[in-house]
Design a protein. Sequence first.
Length: 367
Amino acid sequence: MSKDIDDILSVIDKKNPYASFLNESALSNVDGYIDTGSMVLNGIISGSLFGGVPKSRMTMFAGPSMTGKSFIIQKILANAQKEGLIPVIFDSENAIDSDGAENLGLDTSKVKYVPTFSIEECRNTIYDFLTKVKEKGQEGKFIIAIDSLGNMESQLQIGRMEKHNVSADMGSRAKAMKSLLRTCTQLAGLTKTTILATNHIFEDPAAMFPSLVKDMPGGKAAVYLPSVTVQLARKPVKEDNNTDGKLAVGQKKYSGVILRALTVKNRFVKQYLEGEMYLSFDKGLNKIYGLLDLAVGLGAVNQTGATYQLPDGTKLGYYSKWKDNDDLWDNTIIPVIEEKIKSEWKYGNGSDDEEIPDEVNDLDFDG
């Protein structure tokens, strides 16, 4: 660039110490990803089975009760802790159990636990904490989890409750929530801090994925301010020996839940990607569950009736015969899935010949 152009651009640098060219900016580039514990969830969030939630960004998991939200973020915290990050948990539900967290791999003696009540209290504490992180030059050392956004009220609501005032809230909660989320998203990048959050969705029996904007505390800001928003739904799985529903003493009717994840917001790969996970009540999140559907959907494995074969024609037979063949998965199927994900799920890799859906063609832009 010419000297005059450099001189003009220097005005921006003087006004903003974080300004830089895009390829040099620490704020515009992800430092890496933290494993979620599920390869399918890793894939739909980051575009890699070996990725996960983005570092230095905010990721939110939203869903009805018992969809594994707290479990998933604690598993992510445990994996982050193994990488040397220090977890800080803001708990508004009094739901974090020390023994349960340790079972998921967390060293609870090195986890900062913060009971929190109001949205403003949470925002102010996070702001002061991350400001101190920046002052001390300790960027990239922490990971924050907020569990959950939906259970926090504004200070105005709490004040009314203390006075036994049951009048309707006129937007104070939504405004406070937007302020909290803005604080998180802005400071996450500046301090290289990964932020996780959960939020509750009011269930709609008629919908697999209810409208987040209508049915989730915080409204539009809670959906669109995080870099990634994952919506979760569930389906209980019965024990094989309890299909009739009759239980002996000590038996469980259900062995776990199948979780279905949908990315309703994603800044890194195409959004509206779906995948399934299995959360066992005994063993936790199954790392490879859902890979078969992914493999078939992406053409890494072909299905004919109840049997399968590789794209080169190699017959695999029934899934039960090869599902535990680690060598086949690790060296043949997973590499193909990974290659197809990276080529097909990234933004902007379409072509001029790509077919445009009818609902797009039918839009009237002149009306």
